[in-house]
Design a binder for this molecule. Structure first.
Ligand code: URA
Length: 236
């Protein structure tokens, strides 16, 4: 049980004082009825409430998937393009929502976000071998030699060992799919360059067994991930 004031605060509706003012002002309803006592306790399990007529479900933590559009940065403090966080309700920023890892500003596709520090840490750990599937469009034709090089490993400057794709498949003359387990800086682009081609466009289409197609999100669209979807992110 949590007081309504604490519930609102935990969900990103501002300071304790601000939440109290919202409640006292009659802006918060539960089951369609205004609740003006900010200290009234509620069971948070499947707890629904509305603020200014907008319905919300209490969520202890946020686990989200975004179909990241191009020209948007993963950083909270972006330099040249808007931050991905601008695509979400302001309450999520207040809750310290963060991308899990990063995609380049021009890379599109599946990006996870959460305000659960332990989840972000576990997902981003280099020890966690969750395969990530990318679809790349190349500037020059995809050859059998390119696919073979990406599979056998290419040496990047600044890396001790050659990096290889777990698998790589040509889709057509200028497109290929590859699966990576690591998440090094600009890894796909650098691997393609090291193998003598150039990445013209890049999309992440799956993380583990969670596929962007199955989420049916338009570019810029996002969804909450339930338990079943989160289990698809498990390694192996
Ligand atoms: N590899 C890249 O080069 N860029 C990304 O955004 C992700 C993987």
């Amino acid at each position: 049980m949590l007081t309504l004031e604490k519930i609102l605060q935990s969900q990103g509706f501002g300071s304790r004082k601000g939440c109290r003012a919202l409640i006292n002002g009659g802006y918060v309803t539960v089951g369609g009825q205004p609740v003006t006592d900010s200290s009234q306790p509620f069971d948070t399990t499947a707890f629904e409430f509305a603020v200014n007529g907008e319905a919300w479900l209490y969520r202890e933590k946020l686990y989200l998937a975004l179909n990241k559009p191009g020209d948007i940065e993963c950083s909270r403090k972006p330099s040249h393009h808007p931050s991905v966080l601008t695509l979400f309700p302001g309450q999520f920023m207040e809750r310290d929502l963060q991308p899990v890892g990063r995609l380049d500003h021009d890379t599109t596709g599946l990006l996870l976000l959460s305000d659960d520090g332990a989840f972000i840490h576990a997902q981003s750990s280099p020890k966690r071998h969750v395969p990530k599937l990318y679809r790349a469009t190349t500037a020059r034709p995809v050859t059998a030699a390119l696919v073979a090089a990406l599979k056998s490993g290419v040496q990047l400057i600044d890396e001790d060992e050659p990096l290889k794709a777990l698998s790589c498949t040509a889709l057509d003359e200028f497109r290929l799919e590859l699966i990576l387990e690591q998440g090094k800086y600009h890894q796909v682009k650098r691997m393609l360059a090291a193998a003598g081609n150039h990445c013209a466009a890049l999309e992440r289409v799956a993380i583990g067994r969670l596929r962007l197609d199955d989420l049916a999100l338009p570019p810029g669209g996002w969804t909450y991930l339930d338990e079943a979807k989160l289990t698809l992110l498990a390694p192996g």
